[in-house]
Design a protein around this ligand. Structure first.
Ligand code: ADP
Ligand code: MG
Length: 281
């Protein structure tokens, strides 16, 4: 592609809400035949609601105090649901793809996934099965090696995702889901939107490895994501697509940024590059 035609297309793209970083996208987008999607904040709205709290009421203060330092969608749900006082947190750390940790008074507090609890080798005295089967995300608060509560949240699927997946399939583009959330939750959401191939419970680096595996199977693979946890996969993909209000790290790691939440922009981006190529060659 000549620089001129690319800048013209970029102008058109910009008006539609698609931002390109470089010209390479135009060379490769017509070859994309697999697209892997992150779940939380990409296929779903990333504005989850706290649905169930199971545990001693007082423990919610510990959870909320830790989440107050996070800007993960899960943290927003907690901030919205809890209006009590917060405790001081020291040694706060984000465990990307797993949860959070910090110290409150002298206690070590973790908030995060079942995988995190497993890694810490603590037993979970709650049954999350029912919630997982409803497509909810389930996470836990751990105080000094003891799980003290279970929280479930639900996140709505974005409008038009099912139709987008259908269109991709009809064009011979295979959709995948790659998520840090649990298998059952992931499967539930995937089945609602029509994605058959699901990779769940994966850490950020593993997301990138899965993209590489898909590429090694012969696919030209795009990845669509929003979070810090998606950065490695966005870099690995043939085309990394960040959705708007994604983290700065996601946007920096991507080739294309969608400037609004509507995922049909993914298709518009591909169409635009196809149209551009036709004009050039
Ligand atoms: P996704 O791949 O779906 O965007 P993440 O990789 O961000 O998900 O997170 C994976 C899992 O880690 C979540 O489903 C949740 O269980 C846990 N987790 C991540 N961040 C937090 C947080 N701030 N509070 C509680 N749990 C979290
Ligand atoms: Mg996400």
């Amino acid at each position: 592609a000549t620089p001129t035609s690319i800048s013209v297309a970029s102008g058109m793209a910009f008006k539609q809400g698609i931002m390109y970083k470089g010209g390479e996208f135009f060379e490769i987008a017509n070859k994309i035949n697999a697209i892997a999607f992150d779940k939380t904040g990409t296929l779903t709205k990333g504005k989850p609601e706290l649905i169930d709290f199971i545990g001693d009421k007082e423990t919610l203060q510990l959870t909320a105090s830790i989440e107050a330092h996070s800007n993960h969608p899960i943290a927003d749900a907690i901030k919205f649901a809890y209006d009590g006082t917060l405790l001081e947190v020291t040694d706060f750390e984000v465990l990307v793809g797993l949860g959070l940790k910090g110290k409150i008074n002298q206690d070590a507090i973790y908030v995060g996934s079942k995988k995190l609890a497993n890694e810490l080798k603590v037993e979970i005295p709650y049954d999350g099965e029912k919630y997982l089967n409803e497509g909810k995300t389930v996470f836990y608060t751990i105080k000094n090696n003891e799980v003290i509560n279970m929280i479930t949240i639900a996140d709505e699927i974005k409008d038009g995702v099912k139709e987008l997946i259908q269109t991709l399939k009809s064009r011979g583009i295979k959709p995948f889901m790659i998520t840090g959330d649990e298998e059952k939750t992931a499967r539930y959401i995937a089945q609602l939107v029509g994605i058959d191939d699901v990779y769940a419970s994966v850490l950020p680096q593993e997301k990138a490895q899965i993209v590489e595996t898909i590429q090694n199977e012969g696919y030209v693979c795009a990845f669509v994501g929003d979070g810090i946890n998606d950065a490695p996969a966005l870099k690995m993909a043939d085309v990394g697509i960040a959705v708007s209000n994604g983290s700065d790290i996601a946007i920096n790691s991507s080739d294309v940024t969608l400037m609004h939440q509507d995922l049909s922009l993914v298709l518009d981006a591909i169409d635009l590059s196809l149209a551009t190529l036709k004009n050039i060659y």
